[in-house]
Write a protein that binds this ligand. Sequence first.
Ligand code: PDD
Length: 284
Amino acid sequence: MSRFAYVNGRYARLSEAYIHIEDRGYQFADGVYEVCIVVDGKLFDFAGHFARYERSLRELRMAQPMGRRALQTVMRELLRRNRLKTALVYIQVTRGVAPRDHAFPVPDTRPALVMTARRFDLHASDAKARKGVRVITHPDIRWGRVDIKTVGLLPNALAKQAAREAGAAEAVLVRDGVVTECSSSNIWIVDGNGVLRTHPRGNQILGGITRETALGCARELQMKIEERAFTIEEARAASEVFITSATSFVMPVVAIDGARIGDGAPGPVAARLREAYKNKASGG
Ligand code: PDD
């Protein structure tokens, strides 16, 4: 079956879905994106993803191509055309097509909206979570506004490639000895006092929607939480480490740079949070 994409007002076969070469996303990474998961037709955390999408656009002074309802309608139609019930939906908006010039194009330039969907294997994700994943450390060389979810992901791509070449699932980004987040996820530890810790929101991390929902779950489970940065040494000495993102939910980390975390098996805190997250995000 062909896959379909939504491109600027039309649904096109993926092989026939094109954007203009002077799209500013292509030339300047002048665009934002979101990744949402749909499980059995239920959009996980949509309110959060939509709020962040609006914020990203606002921070870059970019126009919204369509409102929330219309966007959701396109998502549903795209899923229907691709015959998907459990899927990953990718949404990208750029400042549009204009002759190449660094400064913004004329104000009536229409933003470009692209959406794709592909199958998401929840069982494979759960199986992975039962074993846990290995990560490596990597320098955080990104710009000063990584809180905006832009398509300018070259440092993230380089970090993820380094992880892949090392046989690891993720790259933990470290700046001045402090862990910020990972190449495409947020990272948490359970420290020596049993306190859950993750880097506070701000310009140095992407405020993950999964992170936010997981924080809510942790509060409901009466876990002790501190949104406070930790060093790479603290991560290595933690009793548990895990990552969160739309595509990994809550995923236990069992080794950093080849050194085991705790006893080298996924821990109870991550397991409880993963279950609680899945429940909450699906509206259960
Ligand atoms: N990545 N940090 C970074 C740098 C990310 O790229 C992501 C998400 C997150 C987690 O955000 P959320 O919980 O809202 O997914 C944190 C997506 C999944 C991606 O780029 O594919």
